[in-house]
Design a protein around this ligand. Structure first.
Ligand SMILES: [Zn+2]
Length: 295
């Protein structure tokens, strides 16, 4: 089926107490693995891209992979642009076929952040795509952006309300104690804050820095309004390790298709595990039925 807009999907997730898994694609194999994992569970999925990945490939290539994988599938697939500061790139993505775009102006003071995000609101409206924006700084490393633990600021629920009221977001990214990258020790996730922000904004929350959180943490965050959970670092490791492991175990096998197939299966299993953990199993059909009802 054609790619879907992220807004009604995350609304459905929030209303029904599950979260849609969002994975950062690397290449066509990982894209297909995400969609196949979702398909096997009758679940929706978000294929997302960092600005870095788009610069490495191109808009055209990435859109063709995600569309090709989604076309042959019966589950809803979103193509989302993750953390982007560049308005030109955001517009290019919306124009090229992304069905959701994110502006990350979280490094700026509130008013400036809101101002930049409003400009992206206009772009999202013009192209009819979903939108994510961020308030408060999530610590860790994302692409080449580094936010030190001491510099990270947890999001204030009142500010969040003002921000979300002005932007009509598909997903709201905010700082609630999670971090990008791997954790050293158990992270302190502020569940009360997640709940307060969700209550104040009524907006599905995007939980960034999903890699390394416990099952219990995921369940508690999702129950409090986290409707999109981002997984990136974990995939990077499985992507590289599965390739290397295959060669270590089969040092004489130089058939590339067997190597990338081992990598494909490892990635697909990782994706399926997260989709199921976030409660996505069986959610594709009811969501699509609800879309038809409102259409
Ligand atoms: Zn993030």
């Amino acid at each position: 089926m054609p790619l879907v807009n992220m807004k009604p999907l995350l609304r459905d997730a929030m209303d029904n107490g599950y979260a849609v898994a969002a994975f950062n694609l690397v290449d066509y194999g990982t894209t297909r693995a995400m969609v196949e994992a979702a398909e096997s569970l009758n679940a929706p999925v978000i294929c997302q891209t960092s600005a870095k990945t788009i610069k490495y490939w191109s808009h055209k290539e990435i859109v063709s992979w995600v569309r090709t994988a989604a076309e042959d599938s019966a589950v809803p697939v979103v193509l989302h642009l993750d953390h982007c500061k560049d308005l030109e790139m955001i517009e290019e993505c919306a124009k090229a076929g992304w069905t959701s775009i994110m502006i990350d102006a979280s490094e700026y003071p509130f008013e400036e952040n809101l101002e930049m995000s409003k400009r992206v609101r206009d772009i999202a409206d013009r192209y009819g795509v979903g939108m994510e924006a961020e308030l408060g700084q999530i610590m860790g490393v994302e692409d080449d952006m580094v936010v030190a633990e001491s510099a990270s600021v947890l999001t204030d629920p009142e500010d969040a309300r003002k921000f979300c009221d002005a932007l009509d977001l598909a997903a709201f990214a905010c700082a609630v104690g999670t971090a990008h990258g791997f954790y050293r020790g158990e992270p302190v996730v502020d569940f009360d804050r997640i709940e307060a922000i969700n209550k104040a904004t009524g907006t599905p929350m995007a939980l960034h820095g999903g890699t390394g959180l416990s099952d219990e943490t995921f369940a508690k965050a999702i129950a409090r309004g986290s409707a999109k959970v981002n997984i990136s670092t974990n995939l990077k490791h499985v992507f590289v390790e599965s390739f290397v492991d295959y060669h270590r175990k089969n040092p004489d096998d130089f058939e590339p298709l067997r190597v990338i197939d081992a990598q494909y299966k490892a990635c697909r299993d990782l994706f399926a595990g997260f989709i199921e953990k976030f409660g996505g199993k069986g959610r594709a059909e009811p969501f699509l039925a609800s879309l038809k009802e409102t259409a």
